[in-house]
Write a protein that binds this ligand. Sequence first.
Ligand SMILES: *Cc1c(COP(=O)(O)O)cnc(C)c1O
Length: 366
Amino acid sequence: MPVPFADLNLQYQTIKNEIDAAIAGVIRDSAFIRGAYVDAFERDFAKAVDARHCVSCANGTDALYLAMKALKVKPGDEVITTAHSWISTSAMITHAGATVVFCDTDGETFTIDPAAIEAAITPRTVGIIPVHLYGQPADMDAIMAIANKHKLWVIEDCAQAHLARYKGRQVGTFGSIATYSFYPGKNLGAMGDAGAVITNDAQLAEYMTMLARHGGLVKHQHPIEGINSRLDGLQAAILSAKLPHLPAWTEARQAAAKVYDAGLNQIEDVVVPQTAAGRSHVYHLYTIRHPRRDALAAHLNAHGVQTAIHYPTALPLLPAYERFKHRAEQFPNAVRDQGQILSLPMFAEITGAQQDEVIRLVRDFR
Ligand SMILES: *Cc1c(COP(=O)(O)O)cnc(C)c1O
């Protein structure tokens, strides 16, 4: 039985009427850029994630850029982030004009180690960007305590963590700004690129709105120089149609993770994802560790089970960061994990039979 890594068409089929109607409405109204559909999604999404303001934008990468520009990073500033993430997080620190400083992960949760943050702070540090990687919140109490002590801002990268909670509170509500991606494969995905920032600060929201819309709120008035980073009407309408389903999809992912946990837990050499106390994991990815990862992946792939590696190289060791002359020993956990992590098929509609097949193949692996 082939098991895909994810199945976007299957999700579409379950809500086809709602998606088709949403798309037809935008075309009927020619509401392609800005307009009522975009406004409605911004309102709905802010409410769904307990934020006062949502500013939509073209993708989750731009969201990080907008957030840092709004917090006025400047050359010489240092921004701390995790060694284990998608490259958007660190690349936007550079593009916003600051210097990226990487910290190792905690060895258990794949999220940034607060002790490493404390050790990385210098007089030039201005902010911290924790990533709630794979859908598990980073240790926000510890991170906010460090930020408050050193007067640093925090931007939460929530691209993989829609609706995740830390001690009962939604991710994205701890820092000054949080960023979201609605890339098609994310837990809430558009049918193209899409992203957003959220904040409770009206001034930051207004500044990011201007920045994303050519530097102004009113046509031909440009208080600042901006960029063009708009969410288009079609994507907004599609996202609004999908948003009411997100809680049920999240629960389905969590239930599927429980099935994997129970089936994989006792298998020698397999380390199932560890969720720290007080954190709710939304399983954008279900990522195990295995000392012979490449052979296990080949075994699964040979039997029709798709897997993926998120991500094959720890960020500090990518050629893009050669200028820093990082050494692997500086990031022991992230570097160990880059050789051991394997993401298994995970999507809300995955069946018990598909999961049994994955579990059986992992158990049979020698
Ligand atoms: C997906 C992702 C992004 C970037 O989002 P795009 O919409 O693809 O630009 C940023 N950070 C993390 C952690 C992501 O997973």
